[in-house]
Design a protein around this ligand. Structure first.
Ligand SMILES: Cc1cc2nc3c(=O)[nH]c(=O)nc-3n(C[C@H](O)[C@H](O)[C@H](O)COP(=O)(O)OP(=O)(O)OC[C@H]3O[C@@H](n4cnc5c(N)ncnc54)[C@H](O)[C@@H]3O)c2cc1C
Length: 403
């Protein structure tokens, strides 16, 4: 077991950072998890988790706790924005479990975060420090020195930047500027299930797909809550952070939309600021010396495959294992980690972009072709398409996929 004295610094206490702190903590490393926000884990929306993340939860010792808070939908459905007809269906019940060994679940982010953070709190050598925004780091004398927004100086033996899409650590390491925006914005809402008075599927993950727009909804917390996400094109593609006006084409889309979509939108406050949809091009290397990146900081993806957090958690477990194997040579561990991860995470980034542009948001004849092609696919064919992702990630030293 590594000594408690010299901590590894993890910058960013999101799902990826919390998983990294726990993975390292379980292996006996001292960890300081530095979060800029006044509180850890307060993003209050739902998240979907594929079966590939469960072998990681096993390693973290939290699978049962996650399952106790999660809900298993019967299916993930993509339906048409005009008539509600099924475009594609992935059954996520018994046959899915049989094929992928582990379930597909939805869970409240606060609950998932809580499970990871509570497990960290049980480890005396993992320290959670809120109100600790990191502004810069320096590698000096085989140590990492960080500066915080309020002028504090902290030290550690290595640094993991898990600080998300607009990572400060990545910016200092790679100096690339802002992520790539694509002219879409996401809005999220959670409402009590009892307030949902109209006819809508309350058991599955349902994605309503139309030109320049989609809505995803699913139940949470024993079906007492209903999570709704809508994504639409903005009118200002050069400055999509201005989310005040939807794209003019969407007026027409709205008028033709299925009554259920209209009812779902009516439950949302779209005047509030949304999440600007962004990603980056994949890269092979995201480490320098004793500093590396993880999750969205390393390989931010569009949410099309609902895998950004799953990839961050896979990163965390892989990284901790390689640090353990390296016997203190962080630079070598980080090179192996990038090498183990970049092709899988890049595929998620590329496929998410492809599906976003060519499947989720297409209209006209393209949509008709997509519907004709996908609606006839049977269960086995759907599972085969997803096997590269859901069969899981083989941790270094393991043979075959982890699932
Ligand atoms: C609409 C939408 C739906 C999604 N749905 C899914 C889904 O269903 N399934 C899925 O797997 N993924 C989903 N994702 C993707 C997922 O949310 C992200 O990939 C995931 O949260 C990334 O985790 P992370 O820990 O790398 O980064 P983040 O969650 O962004 O966490 C970064 C943390 O770092 C902190 N931080 C930032 N800068 C600093 C600093 N300088 N110093 C200290 N702390 C700092 C932040 O406050 C934050 O807590 C979705 C994304 C969106 C936008």
């Amino acid at each position: 077991m590594a000594g408690k004295g010299d901590p590894i610094l993890v910058v960013g206490g999101g799902l990826g950072g919390a998983a990294a702190a726990l993975a390292l903590g379980r292996k006996g490393f001292a960890v300081r998890l530095l979060e800029q926000a006044p509180e850890f884990g307060v993003i209050g929306y739902g998240i979907q988790l594929g079966p590939n993340v469960f072998p990681m939860f096993d390693r973290l010792g939290v699978s049962d706790a996650v399952l106790a808070k999660a809900l298993r939908p019967n299916a993930v459905l993509m339906v048409d924005w005009v008539d509600g007809g099924v475009i594609a269906r992935i059954p996520t019940g018994e046959s899915f479990l049989k094929r992928f060994k582990r379930p597909y679940v939805v869970i409240h982010r606060v609950d998932l975060h809580g499970v990871l953070l509570d497990a960290c709190r049980e480890l005396p050598h993992v320290e959670l420090i809120a109100n600790c925004g990191v502004v810069s780091y320096e590698e000096r004398d085989s140590r990492i020195h960080v500066r915080t927004e309020d002028g504090r100086a902290l030290e550690g033996t290595a640094l993991i930047g898990a600080d998300g899409l607009r990572s400060t650590v990545r910016q200092q390491m790679l100096d690339e500027g802002e992520p790539r925006t694509i002219g879409y914005v996401a809005h999220r809402t959670i409402v009590p299930m009892n307030d949902v008075k109209f006819d809508v599927d309350r058991e599955d993950v349902v994605l309503w797909s139309g030109p320049g727009v989609h809505i995803v909804h699913y139940p949470l917390r024993k079906s007492t809550l209903f999570n709704i996400v809508t994504v639409f094109k903005t009118s200002n593609e050069t400055a999509p952070s201005d989310t005040s006006a939807p794209h003019p084409d969407l007026d027409r889309v709205y008028r033709q939309s299925h009554p259920t979509m209209k009812a779902l939108w009516a439950m949302m406050d779209l005047s509030r600021r949304g999440w600007v949809s962004s990603d980056r091009d994949p890269i092979r290397h995201w480490s320098r010396g004793r500093v590396t990146l993880l999750g969205d900081a390393a390989h931010p993806t569009l949410q099309t495959l609902a895998q950004g957090a799953c990839m961050a958690i896979e990163d965390a477990v892989c990284l901790a294992e390689l640090i353990r194997q390296s016997g203190g040579d962080f630079a070598a561990a980080f090179r192996k980690y990038e090498n183990a991860r970049y092709l899988r995470t890049a595929r998620v980034q590329f496929e998410s972009r492809y599906l976003w542009d060519n499947f989720y948001h297409v209209g006209g004849i393209e949509r008709e072709v997509a519907r004709r092609t996908w609606s006839v696919r049977g269960e086995t064919e759907m599972f085969d398409c997803l096997a590269w992702l859901y069969d899981g990630f083989a941790l270094p030293g393991q043979t075959g996929a982890a699932a």
